[in-house]
Design a protein around this ligand. Structure first.
Ligand code: FMN
Length: 344
């Protein structure tokens, strides 16, 4: 991966998001302008685990022409060997270890973010991954620590020791979950002491902010999660802005079309009832609503819809009627409208 060339291009990555970045959603994102790299949701690694079919499909049937990195989460060394061998039989652009998941049921089992509280275990896992990943890249996605920043430098040491090919840093501790402004200075520190590409992650909420943080930290690329659900054009806008072009300005009518695309793509269970589909769609629209009205009335109203007819009536009211269709969709989310993610 080339280093960040501001004034050239800045590599972009869609963040892995469990139950969100399924293949149907990746395809919707691709219609708006693909990132340079996709990550899968995480494959759980435990005794007798297999490669979940729907996650595997995001690699084998991807169709977006972009590289896909497979993420794994777990701590069982023999199973890490077994699962990485299986993954390398497929066209993966890399295998990534999740060292950030803040869900208690995960970190209490010393997986995901829990590894930041047990560095000897993380050391053994990275050693096993380095030995097992022979056919593709080996990357790690980390937070800054578990409940303090203390593990950060030792983790950078482990990354160097095990010759990780690139690292993504979500610049918060596990305890900080998704709250507050990320501590981007740690990304700058990693960039100055590692000689591998560092991808910046955490609240890169607009093209301008993503480009500014990459420039200030020296990051080789930017990974975007929740703000790509809200604004799926963000990768295209970053590309255009770094090439000196005026970034694409979507309207609320474009947002209405995007919501249609998600509903039609059906990114949840293929056999879901209409009610379940609407309920799953709300998970996405929670984020999209952060750019619709500063008071959050759209989000509050759409949450009450129980079927698709009611739901789309609310969408039409807030996004199309009364001339709203021509209004620009803002680059930054409105500060007062909060969407609550509950997993990593
Ligand atoms: C709904 C949801 C699911 C997530 N699932 C994963 C995951 O499977 N693996 C992972 O490494 N991070 C996961 N994350 C964390 C994101 O990849 C990202 O690190 C985090 O949201 C910060 O980036 P953002 O501010 O751009 O959203 C998830 C985040 C959300 C909101």
């Amino acid at each position: 991966m080339p280093p960040a060339a501001i004034g050239g291009t800045l590599p972009t990555v869609l963040a892995p998001m469990q139950d969100v970045t399924t293949l149907p959603f990746m395809k919707v994102i691709a219609r708006c302008g693909s990132p340079d790299i996709f990550f899968t949701e995480y494959f759980r690694v435990y005794p007798h685990s297999s490669l979940e079919k729907h996650i595997l499909a995001s690699i084998t049937a991807n169709g977006t022409d972009r590289p896909v990195i497979a993420q794994v989460l777990g701590n069982s060394l023999p199973d890490i060997r077994r699962i990485t061998a299986l993954l390398q039989q497929h066209p993966v652009a890399g295998i990534d270890l999740n060292v950030g998941c803040p869900a208690p049921k995960i970190y209490k089992n010393k997986a995901g973010g829990g590894l930041l509280a047990d560095l000897p275990l993380l050391d053994r896992i990275l050693e096993t991954l380095r030995e097992s990943i022979t056919e593709t890249r080996f990357s790690v996605k980390v937070r800054l620590g578990f409940d303090s920043f203390e593990p950060f430098e030792p983790v950078l040491e482990l990354i160097r020791k095990h010759r990780v090919d690139f690292v993504t840093i979500h610049a918060r501790t596990v305890r900080e979950m998704y709250r507050g402004e990320p501590h981007y200075e740690f990304i700058a520190k990693a960039c100055s002491c590692l000689d591998i590409p560092v991808i910046a992650n955490g609240n890169l909420s607009s093209p301008a902010k993503a480009i500014r943080i990459a420039r200030e930290t020296g990051a080789a690329g930017v990974m975007i999660g929740r703000d790509a659900i809200r604004n799926p054009w963000i990768f295209r806008q970053i590309r255009e802005a770094t090439q000196g072009m005026e970034p694409f300005q979507p309207t609320l009518a474009d947002v209405r079309t995007y919501i249609d695309w998600i509903f039609t793509a059906n990114p949840g269970r293929p056999d879901a009832t209409e009610r379940a589909r609407v309920s799953h769609l709300k998970k996405f629209v929670n984020f999209i609503g952060q750019g619709v009205d500063p008071q959050g009335r759209f989000v509050k109203t759409m949450r009450r819809a129980e079927n698709s007819t009611d739901f789309f009536r609310v969408c039409d009211h807030f996004l199309i009627e009364g001339g709203r269709d021509a209004e620009p969709f803002p680059m930054e989310p409105y500060a007062g409208v909060v969407a609550r993610p509950n997993c990593e």
